[in-house]
Structure formats: C-alpha cells, structure tokens
Write a protein that binds this ligand. Structure first.
Ligand SMILES: [Zn+2]
Length: 478
C-alpha cells in the first residue's frame, strides 16, 4: 500500500518534537516552542519576517495557550465537543460542576460564582481548567512549587488558583512534592534500624558496681569565685556503671586531659578501679557545646590509655560520628542535668554549692528504681542502683547496721557478701528482662548498601547545606 503523500512542513507538527513529557521546565518548553514556531512562521513568509532577538509576551502566551488547549482536548474530548456543539455534557463527566465555558483562545475555563466580582482579575473569575496527571499540569505545578521556594501544598495551590483550576489539585501538587529532590532533602529522615542487641558488656555480671563503666562530659556550669565577680567554668564528668546503671558524678575543673584524669582517679579511688572503660572519641559527645568537642579533640588518648594500662584497665574509645554507641550514658547525662538543676536553686552558685548539687543529683539518680515495683506486700522492695553501692535505697534511711549480736568481722564480711550476691541475683532476674524489649526502632528497614546515595548530617550546618554522600564501604557491627 502506498503511503499518502504529505508535505514536509505539515508532517512536522509541534507535538512530535516538543512534547511536554520530554521537558523538565515549563518556561524552557514555552521558549523553545516559541522560537520554533517563529522560525516556521518566518519560513512560510516571503516578506515581513520577525527578526527580533527577543520573544514577546504575546508569542509566549500563544504557545502556552496552545499547550493548555491541547492537553484539555486530549483529556476531555467528549466534553469539549459537547460544549462546541452546544450540547449538554455526558452525565458521568467530572467537569459538570465546573460550569465550563470556552473562551476566544479555545481554552476551557471554569465559570465560577464570582462572575460579578468585577474587581477581581479575569483569570480568577474564570480560571483555566487543568486536567490531572498530564505533563503540562506537572510542569506548571513544578514551576509554581519552585517559584514559591518549595513551600507547602496549600501555598502552591493558592498561588495556582489565581489562574488555574486544577482537577484534584491537592493530590497533583503532593505527587510532585514527593518527587521534588530539594523537598526530599528538606524532609529527609534519619536512617533507623532495629535496635541492636545489648553489647555483652552490659550483661556482664560483676560482683561490684563500676567494674565496667563508661564516661561522658556535660556542662559547662558557671560558678562564682571569691567575692563573686569572677566566674569559672566547671564541667560534669559522669561515670555510668554499665551493669547496674549507677552513676558517679565528678566535677572537672578544666578542659584538659589532666583535669579529666584527676576526676577519673577521684572516682576510681572511691568506687574501685574499673576493669573496662568506655569513652567517646570526640565528635559524638552528648552536650551541644563546642568546648566539649575541643576537649575530646585535645584529649591525649595515648596518655589516657597508658595511665589506664598501668592500672590494668582496658580503655575503649567509641568510634567517631556514632552517637548510638553512647546510648547508655546519653540518657544518664540528661537525667543528671535535670537532677542538678532541680537541686540547684539559684543560678549564681559557688564551687561548694555545685559540688553539693552534683552529689545530691548523684544520690537522686542512684535511688531511681531499675526494677518493677509490685503492689504485693510480700515482694521485695524495688531495686535501685544504690543497692549495689551501699546496700539500700538511698542515704535518707537510717542504716540497718544497728545490731545487738557480737560483732565478728569475718561473719560480717560473709553477710555483706551474701547481701551483695542477693542484689546481683535480683539484678539478673528483674532488671535484665526489662532491657529485652525494644522501646523504639522496632522495624527492620533495609540496611545501607555500597553505592547508596545519602545525605550526610552535619550538626554545624543547616539542612540545606548538608552534603550528599555515596557509600563506598560498610563496616557492619554485631
Ligand atoms: Zn520542592
């Protein structure tokens, strides 16, 4: 069969080459189409060709109207022909409530109830109808969304309503917002994974508190010196027992390795030298103070490790940029701060008052229950970290040491050992099961893989400035 003869010009229609589907920018589509249209128009003319170097608003408007008209006819062919013929629209048509009219540019417009509001612009009274899920609508939504600085759905819809009537507008805009890469960046959430099983060190049964501890810093607290004109910064050094969750709070008088080691010695002399110590590496400290960051950076890790080795302490530094490693002391620092501010009445305090407050806070935190308090009178009293430190709930109670029997050191020692053993047994029976459930991060999500593109959180920068990263290697933990 012979193909029908067609001229070259009539064969090349604008939709063949300038398909809105192939464009990502509305204005660009309009400009390119307008230039092509001018060229073909000029080709048809022998004289009076348009040789201007800029496009006029009229040319752009014509092209825009052409695209909108085509998309309207494509999506609502029946409705369009009905209106042209002056017939009623099919009953199933979605356009019936819009009272559609066709204007001089062949555009379907919605005849709103604002016909008589002559003070309003024409486009507001008769907005142009845009079908859903058409490339033209998508490009228009995108241009309005970007012109409005990626604002919310309502703002974009309001801005568009001054000219267009979007069928299913809100959904259409939301669809685009889900695709917009800048919005994705702005709304990105931190990657979560199912809570990891507790590290073995947290479950290690030891006969004394602070055998396995972690340390963290908080502060600064300002204290007044002498007559109160000079202020000094003091830092909270928080030691947490990884098994009993008991805390020991010390003040560091400065931000240097020696000051930290002094605080550490004061703690170990009272609680005994730990067997294993965990501390942060630097960037993942709990407080939001740059000074603390400096401390960790300046901290002489080698010196700490050497000093620790002298006392047969195994010192572990948590990896940098991994705040989830410090979960156990993160919550403790929070409670310590809360307790200190609860104990401190005035903001203007001396070193002595701060010391008292910190010791008070320590007592408060260590008397919090770590096991479930039952309502049965025959059950044991609730277990607190203080039970592991001095065998009772807190310092407020009278000691149970008043004893009429003959004092025998050896017997006494055995008795104390028995009590301690009893507490550790309860710890194993009552406290450890409470750790078994995952309070957050329950859902297993896909693990990151090599070549995944991620947004790297940088606490010092605003979200818009976070850099994009590609994962090159993975170091999976247990
Ligand atoms: Zn956006």
């Amino acid at each position: 069969m012979k193909a029908p003869k067609q001229s070259f010009i009539s064969n090349v229609t604008t939709e063949d080459r300038l398909d809105p589907e192939r464009f990502s920018d509305w204005l660009r589509l309009l400009r390119v189409t307008a230039w092509v249209k001018r060229f073909t128009d000029n080709c048809r003319k022998t004289n009076d060709r348009n040789k201007s170097r800029v496009l006029t608003l009229k040319e752009l408007q014509e092209v825009e109207n052409m695209f909108i008209h085509k998309t309207q006819v494509k999506h609502y062919p029946e409705e369009y022909s009905c209106i042209v013929k002056g017939q009623p629209m099919p009953r199933s048509s979605k356009l019936i409530p819009l009272n559609v009219k066709i204007d001089e540019q062949d555009l379907m417009r919605c005849d709103t109830r604002l016909t008589h509001a002559r003070f309003l612009p024409y486009n507001v009274r008769y907005p142009i109808i845009l079908p859903r899920k058409s490339p033209v609508t998508r490009l228009l939504v995108k241009s309005f969304h970007e012109a409005g600085n990626h604002y919310g759905t309502n703002q974009t819809l309001a801005a568009m309503s001054s000219r267009y009537w979007l069928i299913g507008g809100r959904e259409e805009i939301r669809d685009w917002e889900k695709k917009c890469s800048k919005c994705k960046k702005l709304k990105a959430k931190v990657l979560k994974q199912v809570m990891a099983p507790l590290p073995p060190i947290r479950l290690k049964k030891s006969m004394r508190a602070f055998a396995n501890s972690s340390v963290d810093f908080a502060g600064p607290f300002l204290t007044k010196q002498g007559r109160g004109k000079v202020r000094q910064k003091r830092y909270l050094c928080l030691f947490t027992c990884l098994s009993s969750r008991a805390v020991h709070l010390k003040i560091a008088f400065g931000l240097d390795t020696d000051s930290f080691l002094n605080a550490f010695y004061r703690m170990s002399s009272r609680r005994g030298f730990p067997e294993e110590m965990y501390s942060d590496n630097g960037t993942n400290f709990v407080g939001a103070y740059n000074e603390l960051l400096e401390l960790y950076e300046q901290m002489d890790k080698q010196k700490i490790t050497e000093k620790a080795n002298n006392h047969r302490i195994k010192w572990h530094f948590n990896p940098p940029l991994a705040p989830h490693f410090g979960g156990v002391h993160e919550s403790m620092v929070k409670s310590a701060k809360r307790a200190i501010y609860a104990v401190l009445n005035s903001a203007d305090i001396t070193d002595e008052e701060l010391l008292t407050a910190i010791t008070g806070a320590e007592g408060l935190i260590n008397s919090r229950p770590i096991s479930y308090q039952t309502s049965h009178p025959k059950d044991d009293t609730v277990l607190t970290p203080n039970h592991f430190i001095h065998g009772q709930i807190g310092g407020q109670f009278t000691p149970e040491a008043v004893d009429s029997t003959v004092f025998n050191v050896k017997k006494r020692w055995r008795y104390v050992q028995e009590i301690v053993k009893h507490f550790w047994h309860r710890w194993l029976r009552e406290f450890i099961p409470t750790l078994s459930n995952r309070k957050k991060w329950h859902q297993e999500t896909r693990d990151l893989k090599v070549n995944d593109v991620v947004l790297v959180i940088d606490a010092d920068k605003s979200r818009g400035e976070w850099s994009l990263g590609r994962i090159v290697a993975l170091h999976p933990g247990n």
